[in-house]
Each structure stands twice: as structure tokens, then as C-alpha cells.
Design a binder for this molecule. Structure first.
Ligand SMILES: Cc1ncc(COP(=O)(O)O)c(C=O)c1O
Length: 481
């Protein structure tokens, strides 16, 4: 019997709850009664995630078998807590990590907590779409030859935009050095479930793999998995960090949701993925006829489900296209940058969703023909646009030290040469344009004002009375470091 069935059955029983949670499975307020009816804590017969010996142990073993992992842990605090635990277990305090620059902020947070020295792998930029390419095996090999004391390597695949890395070759190179490979596969929980997908990274030799079940499978927000393979990771350490970073009251509704999602793709995957691929291919075929908007074409290195629409050949900005789709067509996308928008599709999308998106983009494509095409470069200066996230930065002070140092706010135009005291990033996806401890240059200053002018959401800046300020380390702190 699944955990969801067990919870539903228990909810109908006459066991009276003299324990948490406080709603006592009765007072649901504005929530549907079914939600609180299933929401229990670690009571008799329901096991304990922090020492799984019963049903939760079986559910985790089921997930391991599905993904081909040695051991799998359910996560109820998202991939975030899996990443914190994975990095903390793989690298001792003060150690050295080699990581892709385009990592999610949780990786940086793990480095801060473990006081790590960081060496970066800067992804190549695909100029035609302004997105980062996957990290290559050659890049990893080269970096490992330069830096002899690396303790672990971390890459992200698929990236937020859906670029897929050759994990297999990278795992081989990393293992030749006797160190572990961590793959942030938060966007790849669906990988391996259909013959057209790449294999998931557990089956490609990675030692630690993190999946957000909630991103690409039919599961609720915060649900995720951490898989561990081989002997390079100390399992006791890993469990210790999971105890630290996971809630001591993991939600049974969320855990039932993970099992439910995995059972759906395992048992009904052929139909679910068959329909998904059919609808996806049809939409991509129709959208490939667009004259002005441009989709990133499906290919082996591009994950299915991430629809990236470039506005580079039009006079629109990504944010304008995003706003049109939202306001005129009621289509809520995942994100916008200056030059593209990103929409996500999964097995759960309806035919209606594909049709509405296709119709909207085809209509907008026609509209921009008449109004905007040809004005793009002079109006928006897009040729000058390049993403500073992916250009190498000068580090003045280690990130983990800099983040704790005294800082002050400095007017954006006066920041050149100062050292950043705070992360600055577009959100989503939250990949840093600059990391505390790095020197601020003119390119960054230009791009921040450009992003703000285009209405993009820039985190880490302060705006007061129309002026923009950045957090920088106070000069005194730098002199005295
Ligand atoms: C690449 C990547 N890794 C990790 C995370 C964190 O995942 P979660 O939201 O499940 O904690 C995200 C979130 O967007 C992400 O994009």
C-alpha cells in the first residue's frame, strides 16, 4: 500500500490525535479538509525519516532502484538541503571545491558554511541565445591539472535553460583523481524515464546526485531526492548533514507526494511520456515556422520540456514578451531575461496548454513583424548585451570571509574597483553576476543598470529615490584583512 493510501485510511480511522500538528486533522480553515486529514507526524506505524526502518525506508529503496542509485534519501526542504548536505559531506571544512560558475545559490551557501576555497569552471556562452553551454570534460580535466588540491567537483546538468552535460566523461576524469563528482540535477528528475532522454547522472557515474522532484515530475513544491553512489562519500557524514539541514518534522504529505510522483512515472511512464513527447514535438514543429521569435531547437544536448524563445531578432525585450504572454494570453512563464523567455513543460501539461502557448507565440511573431523588427539593435542595444555571469572575475578576498565582513552601500556609478559585499543576481534563476569578495568592474555596472532599465528582477541591489546602490566591503575592512 502506498503512503498516500495509508494516510487516507488513517485519516478516516478513530485514532484520536493527542500529538502534533496542531490542526489535529480537523481544523482546516480555508484549506481543503483532505490536506489536513493526511497531515501527520512521526506517529506509531509511520516510521521516521531521520531513522527510516519501515515504510519510509522501503520508499527510499524504491527510489534508489528507479534511479539506479546505491542509496537514496527523501528531501522535504527541496534540492537546496540536498546540495547543502552533499557539499558538506564531500568536502571538509576549509577544503577546495571546483564548481561550475552557473551554480544555484545553495551551492554557494554550502561553500560559505564549510569555509571552502572555490575554483570556478566558467561555461562557454552560446552567443546566439545568450545562455551558458554545459561544462565540458576538457574544462574539468584542465582545471584538475592546474589545481592539485581539489577535494570535489560540482556541476549542474541540466542547466536552468536545459543544457545537458556529458556527465559520463566528466565522472571518469574526476574519478581518476580519486575525488567525488556531485551533479546538481535539480532540473533532471525525469531523466532516464523515456528512451529519448539522457540517462540520469547516477547511471553515468556521479557520486552524489540531487533531484528536485517538484521541478519536472508531478510532485509538490519542496519535494526532492539525494542519491549517493560508490565509496568516495562517507555515508555517516552525509546522514549527519541531512539531519542538520532537513526539518525534524518532515511533512508526510510531501513524502507521499514524492512516492506518488515516482510511481506515476514508473507505472504509467510509457503513456505519460509518450503524450508529453508527442505534444512537445508538435509544438516545437509549429513554432519552428516563426519568422522573428526564435525557439532553441530540440537536440541531444538540449533537454525536452524547456522552451526557450529568443527575442534577439525583434524589437522586443524578453521582459516585454513575458509581459505580453502574461497580460494578453494569461500564460505565466518561468522567467525572462533581456533577450529570451523560458517556459517549462512536463508530463502534467494539458493539450490546451501547448495549444495556447503555440497560438500566442505565432500571433506575437506576426505582430512583431509589422511593428518592431529591424529596430532591435538600435533600440535595445542587444548586440552589446553579454552576460557578465559567465565572464571570469577577479577575487580580492575569499567569498566565505568577504560575506562576513563589514560592508557599506556605494552608489552604482562609483562602484568600479570596489569589492562586492553581497551577491547580485537575476532572479530567477539566481546565478550570481558577482559573488562577495570579487572586484566590481565596469561591465557589471553597465549590465546592472541595463537589467534594471529593462525591468528585470535584479536581487542584491538597493534602490533609494531613483538611485542604485551596491553593497561593497568597507575600505577599512579591506585594508585590515
Ligand atoms: C540548478 C538548481 N539547483 C538547485 C535548486 C534548488 O532547488 P529547490 O528549489 O528544490 O530547493 C534550483 C532552484 O531553482 C536550481 O535551479
Amino acid at each position: 500500500m502506498s503512503l498516500a493510501d495509508l494516510l487516507k485510511e488513517y485519516g478516516k480511522s478513530d485514532y484520536y490525535p493527542l500529538h502534533m500538528p496542531g490542526h489535529k486533522r480537523r481544523l482546516s480553515g480555508e484549506l481543503p479538509e483532505e490536506v489536513v486529514g493526511m497531515d501527520i507526524t512521526e506517529i506509531d506505524g509511520f516510521d521516521n525519516l531521520h531513522q527510516a526502518e519501515g515504510i519510509l525506508k522501503e520508499m527510499q529503496a524504491y527510489a534508489s532502484r528507479l534511479y539506479g542509485a546505491d542509496e537514496t534519501f527523501y528531501l522535504v526542504n527541496g534540492s537546496t538541503c540536498g546540495i547543502l548536505s552533499a557539499v558538506s559531506a564531500a568536502v571538509s571544512e576549509g577544503g577546495h571545491i571546483l564548481m561550475a560558475r552557473n551554480c544555484h545559490k545553495s551551492v554557494y551557501h554550502a561553500c560559505y558554511l564549510r569555509k571552502l576555497k572555490i575554483s570556478y569552471l566558467y561555461p562557454q556562452v552560446m552567443e546566439s541565445y545568450d545562455i551558458c553551454e554545459p561544462i565540458t570534460c576538457e574544462q574539468v580535466q584542465h582545471a584538475l591539472e592546474q589545481e592539485k588540491d581539489i577535494d570535489a567537483v560540482l556541476i549542474v546538468s541540466p542547466t536552468y535553460e536545459g543544457r545537458i552535460t556529458d556527465v559520463n566523461s566528466i565522472a571518469r576524469v574526476v574519478h581518476e583523481k580519486g575525488i567525488p563528482l556531485i551533479v546538481d540535477e535539480a532540473h533532471g528528475a525525469h531523466l532516464g524515464f523515456w528512451e529519448g532522454f539522457e540517462e540520469n547522472s547516477c547511471r553515468q557515474g556521479a557520486d552524489l546526485v540531487i533531484h528536485s522532484v517538484h521541478k519536472t515530475l508531478p510532485a509538490m513544491t519542496q519535494t526532492a531526492l539525494l542519491h549517493v553512489n560508490g565509496s568516495l562519500i562517507d555515508r555517516n557524514q552525509l546522514k549527519r548533514f541531512l539531519h542538520i539541514y532537513q526539518s525534524s518534522s518532515p511533512s508526510y504529505v510531501l513524502m507521499a507526494g514524492i512516492e506518488n510522483a515516482l510511481r506515476q512515472v514508473d507505472e504509467k511512464g510509457k503513456d505519460l511520456f509518450g503524450n508529453f513527447i508527442h505534444n512537445w514535438n508538435r509544438m516545437c514543429r509549429d513554432l519552428s515556422t516563426m519568422k522573428n521569435l526564435c525557439i532553441l531547437k530540440p537536440e541531444k544536448k538540449q533537454d525536452i520540456g524547456k522552451l526557450l524563445v529568443s527575442v534577439k531578432k525583434t524589437g522586443l525585450s524578453g521582459q516585454q514578451l513575458y509581459d505580453m504572454l502574461l497580460q494578453e494570453y494569461h500564460l505565466q512563464l518561468e522567467m525572462a531575461t533581456s533577450t529570451y523567455v523560458l517556459a517549462m513543460f512536463t508530463v502534467s501539461d494539458s493539450v490546451e496548454g501547448y495549444e495556447r502557448m503555440t497560438k500566442a507565440l505565432l500571433e506575437i511573431d506576426k505582430k512583431v513583424t509589422q511593428e518592431d523588427v529591424g529596430r532591435s539593435d538600435d533600440v535595445l542595444g542587444k548586440e552589446a548585451w553579454h552576460r557578465v555571469e559567465f565572464t571570469e572575475k577577479h577575487e580580492s578576498i575569499s567569498f566565505y570571509k568577504a560575506w562576513d565582513m563589514e560592508n557599506e552601500y556605494c552608489r552604482l556609478s562609483l562602484c568600479q574597483g570596489r569589492t562586492a559585499g553581497e551577491f547580485i543576481n537575476l532572479y530567477p534563476p539566481g546565478i550570481p553576476m558577482i559573488v562577495p569578495g570579487e572586484r566590481i568592474d565596469q561591465d557589471l555596472i553597465c549590465q546592472i543598470s541595463d537589467c534594471l532599465q529593462k525591468g528585470l528582477s535584479v536581487q542584491g541591489v538597493r534602490q533609494v529615490d531613483g538611485d542604485i546602490y551596491l553593497s561593497v566591503l568597507s575600505s577599512q575592512e579591506i585594508c585590515g584583512r
